[in-house]
Design a protein around this ligand. Structure first.
Ligand code: ATP
Ligand code: MG
Length: 428
């Protein structure tokens, strides 16, 4: 048997502890913000029947055509690792009767799988945080979702964020537009870039977000989606934009904005940033009124967005420096067996009071133990050696502030460390 080290699967990343600290901060902020708006978490399985995705995302989309991790299981059922979670939320909503005479404000966070070419910001296992509002026709709830997102980016301190928004109109109007667009693009077939030519027969709407400047110039001569909206579509869209204006949310209408999944109807939007390089969109969403019915439920209107966690955490990390990260509150250094006999119970007393204590397991000289405390970015060392044992006082050495060490009796330690909580070590 080979003893070669095994590596992870291409495009599927480990998140090491420093990264997990940042992920947790972002996840915590998400939980706080969704709570403010009354959204509740839903957790669905990572594996679903393949049909769920082929019926919802659309047969002609990149995801269903070439990106899904699909396999036949031992019962010969075709299963797929979920490439997104909206279809699963809708399935669960229908299956458990959550949409029957009631509406649902839901959110989720978890891994998704797409067999794409791995690159910065694009992975084969990635994570999405998403919002789904099932049961409201909008546009009030569409505005609510966009405002929620905006608040979240603000809370995370993200800068240079841009919201682009468009309306795809009702399915009937969109179909009329699509037909005219196809006829127009066919007449200019030879001038299109190669991937747009391929999309022409299968999914012409996707040509709108072609990165090719030649194709973009041609589109300028073609039909304009905005002029296909009827009064009802337009009223819905205007009302959404008014909501955003009243709340001070800045937006840019982009009539070429479309989304990669077939189920969108009405308003669609995307948040972009210049700080992520080529993968500049980090969150996208919109309205998908037909989806619940398409998946076998009642005609329930729905809207939501999906946000790429890797891109969001990257944006968040760009605003922070590693020096801002702090380690344990207390690093306990015990020199010798008698010190350990006192130190371990003392550590438990501090933990009982909610103070984070890391014991320096494994011994070593005081210098070595202090170095380890420092490497781990601990805030304080508590030192128990011969002198401390004799005086029944513990040495408390600040590790991040450059202040003098002090010594104190056990009964003062808890209050001392709790009082330190009010200090902002991130600026030291
Ligand atoms: P993109 O244009 O970047 O391929 P998309 O249109 O496929 O994105 P959605 O399917 O709407 O995106 O997913 C919403 C968000 O999920 C994206 O904005 C992005 O942040 C994230 N995302 C999508 N695919 C990946 C991936 N392969 N790796 C990392 N994040 C992804
Ligand atoms: Mg994609």
């Amino acid at each position: 048997m080979s003893n070669r080290a095994i590596q992870s699967i291409r495009g599927m990343n480990d998140q090491l502890p420093d990264a997990c600290d940042r992920w947790q901060t972002v996840e915590q902020t998400i939980r706080e913000v969704v709570r403010l708006y009354g959204y509740r978490e839903i957790r669905t399985p990572i594996l679903e029947k393949t049909e769920l995705f082929s019926r919802s995302i659309g047969q002609q989309t990149d995801i269903v055509e070439k990106e899904m991790y699909t396999f036949t299981d031992r019962n010969q059922d075709s299963l797929t690792l979920r490439p997104e979670a909206t279809a699963s939320c809708v399935r669960a909503g229908i299956e458990h009767g959550l949409l029957y005479n009631q509406a649902q404000r839901l959110w989720y966070l978890g891994p998704m799988f797409r067999h794409e070419r791995p690159q910065k910001g694009r992975y084969r296992q990635f994570h999405q945080f998403g919002i789904e509002a099932l049961g409201w026709p909008g546009p009030d709830v569409d505005a609510e979702i966009i405002i929620l997102g905006t608040r979240l980016w603000q809370r995370l301190g993200l800068a240079d964020i841009r919201l682009e928004i468009n309306s795809l109109g009702s399915p009937a109007n969109r179909a009329r537009y699509l037909e005219d667009l196809r006829t127009f693009l066919e007449s200019r077939h030879d001038e299109l870039d190669e991937s747009s030519r391929r999309r022409l027969t299968k999914n012409p709407l996707r040509i709108l977000d072609s990165k090719d400047s030649g194709t973009q110039a041609i589109l300028g001569d073609g039909p304009d989606l905005a002029s296909y909206l009827d009064d009802e579509d337009q009223r819905h869209f205007d009302c959404l934009l008014e909501h955003l204006e009243r709340t001070g949310v800045e937006y840019h209408v982009n009539s070429r904005l479309v989304r990669g999944l077939d189920y969108y109807t009405g308003a669609v939007y995307e948040w972009t940033t210049a700080s992520l390089g080529a993968q500049n969109a980090f969150c996208g969403g919109g309205r998908y009124d037909g989806l619940v019915e398409q998946l076998g439920g009642l005609a329930v209107p729905a809207a939501g967005f999906a946000c790429g966690m890797e891109r969001l955490v990257e944006l968040y990390s760009q605003q922070r420096s590693t020096t801002e990260m702090v380690g344990a509150e207390v690093w306990m250094i015990m020199l010798g067996d008698t010190a350990a006999a006192i130190g371990y119970p003392l550590a438990e007393n501090l933990r009982e009071a909610g103070i984070q204590v890391v014991c320096n397991c494994g011994g070593g000289s005081i210098g070595k133990q202090l170095r380890r405390a420092d490497q781990n970015r601990a805030l304080f060392a508590v030192i128990i050696g011969d002198e401390e044992l004799e005086n029944r006082r513990f040495t408390v050495k600040p590790l991040r502030s450059g202040e003098e060490q002090t010594s104190m009796t056990e009964d003062r330690l808890v209050d001392f460390f709790l009082a330190q909580r009010n200090r902002d070590y991130s600026v030291l």
